[in-house]
Every structure is written in C-alpha cells, then in structure tokens.
Design a protein around this ligand. Sequence first.
Ligand SMILES: NC(=O)C1=CN([C@@H]2O[C@H](COP(=O)(O)OP(=O)(O)OC[C@H]3O[C@@H](n4cnc5c(N)ncnc54)[C@H](OP(=O)(O)O)[C@@H]3O)[C@@H](O)[C@H]2O)C=CC1
Ligand SMILES: O=C(O)C1=N[C@H](C(=O)O)C[C@H](O)C1
Length: 239
Amino acid sequence: MRILLLGYGKMGKTIEKIALDRGHSIVGKIDVQNRDEMHKLSASDVDVAIEFSSPEAAFDNISYCLKKGWPVVSGTTGWLEHRTEIEQLCKEQAGAFFYASNYSIGVNLFFRLNKQLARLMNGQAYQRSMTEVHHIHKLDAPSGTAITLAEGIIEETEDLQGWKLAPEDEEGFLQITAERRDEVPGTHIVRYESEVDTIEISHTAHNRQGFALGAVVSAEWLPGRYGVFGMNDLLKNLD
Ligand SMILES: NC(=O)C1=CN([C@@H]2O[C@H](COP(=O)(O)OP(=O)(O)OC[C@H]3O[C@@H](n4cnc5c(N)ncnc54)[C@H](OP(=O)(O)O)[C@@H]3O)[C@@H](O)[C@H]2O)C=CC1
Ligand SMILES: O=C(O)C1=N[C@H](C(=O)O)C[C@H](O)C1
C-alpha cells in the first residue's frame, strides 16, 4: 500500500519502520515545515493516510484527507471536540475514517477489562480514581486513553456523571490525575479504594511499537470500506 504519513514525529517515525517492514511504501512524510508537499499529491497517489500530529493540526489534516478521497487512520489525541464535524464530513464525502485513542491490542483488551471491573464495582462503596503517566513532551491532558477508560467506567457506574482533571475534584465525578515524567511511553492505572483495601488495574506500554503496529494494521484494513470505524470494528474476533 502507498501510505501518506501526516505527522512525522515519534509516532510517524515508528509507523514508517513497521510499514516498510510489512512491505508498504511511504509516499510522503508531512510535518509543519513541508505541508505544501501534501498539496502536490493527487487523489490517486495515496491508498491510505496515517495521521499522528498534534491536537491543533488533526482536524485540518483529517478534513483534507477526506476531501481528497483518501481513507484516513488517525491516532492524534486532544481534538475530539470536533469529532462530530469530522464524522459528518466523512458521511458527506462517502469517505473512510478510522479513529482510536490507543491502537495497541493490549490497551484495547484493557479497555474491556476496565468495563467489566466497573460493572462489578457498580454500587460498591469504593472511591474510583485514575492516574495516567506520560513523557514530558505530551501536549494534551488527560490522555485520550484515560478519557476512553473514564467513559467506560462512567457508562457502567450509576453514581458517576463525568470526569475531572486533578486537582479539580467533585462528588459524582471520576478524578483523573495526569503526571508528566521523563520519557514514559504511557501508563494508565484505574483504582478503587475503600477503608479496608485497594483494587488496581494498570497497563504499562514499554515503547511505541504496539501503538504503531495497531495503526498500520488498521491502515491495511480500511481501504475499500466506507464510514467511521474504530478498534471494535477491527477486533471483532476478540468478542
Ligand atoms: N492513538 C494512539 O495509539 C497514540 C496516539 N498518540 C498521539 O499521537 C499524536 C502524536 O504523537 P507523537 O508522534 O508522540 O508526537 P510528536 O510531537 O513526536 O510528533 C508530532 C508530529 O506532528 C507534526 N505536526 C504538527 N503540526 C502538524 C501539521 N499541521 N501538519 C502535519 N504535521 C504536523 C509535528 O511536526 P514538527 O516536528 O515540525 O512540529 C511532528 O512531526 C499525539 O496527539 C499523541 O497523543 C501517540 C501515541 C499513540
Ligand atoms: O502522547 C502519547 O505518547 C500517547 N498518547 C495517547 C493518549 O493520549 O492516550 C496514547 C498513548 O498513551 C501514548
């Protein structure tokens, strides 16, 4: 497949290596400095675009791909207030858009475990909280993964109506603490505490390989499909 990389930072570079190893070619590596190169590509030059850029850039990048008719896989976090607009544009353009806050298989299993645990704990007298730890370069907080985990817990818990980023804290809201430390690739901890004990589940990424492989596999899956997709569509056989 001919892949266009939108965003050529830590993720773009890891994705490039995996894509080349899997026999794909890279038709462009776009970052802030060379955006005009993207405009030189015609609709037929690209089989699929993979977008890992920044919260400010994602909406324009994804819109551009959809208008060009390129299927687009995005993993950028921190822009989802525009998600409905992108889904609408995807429909109007009869395009293909794939999004996941986290592309690693391990985290997607963890999402399911998180929901099952939340269901078990619904109504139990435990204080719920979450901590996410990432490298110091990360622009958004809390992480997209933490937001997905929080949404999973809130869906399964009758007395939670939303989440708050610490130090904000309010009864009826799940508190998420975001720590920024060294070069940590991504750690998420979900915690239930009572006076007598603590239950914790955690996922620790050791590097970016899992995220990048998931994005490339999604990019292999998407062309030829039309609509808005996520990891649950790709991982149906995990059910
Ligand atoms: N869903 C998932 O599984 C994962 C998601 N992420 C998310 O992916 C995003 C990128 O992460 P990461 O690679 O670590 O970040 P980096 O900062 O390392 O890379 C971001 C890249 O995007 C480029 N960029 C910024 N603005 C634009 C633009 N307007 N057009 C094209 N490229 C642009 C930057 O260019 P320049 O260097 O010139 O500024 C840089 O090359 C983040 O939102 C992160 O949260 C990360 C890991 C996994
Ligand atoms: O910025 C990162 O690095 C990561 N971002 C994603 C997120 O915000 O959840 C996924 C992963 O945790 C790494």
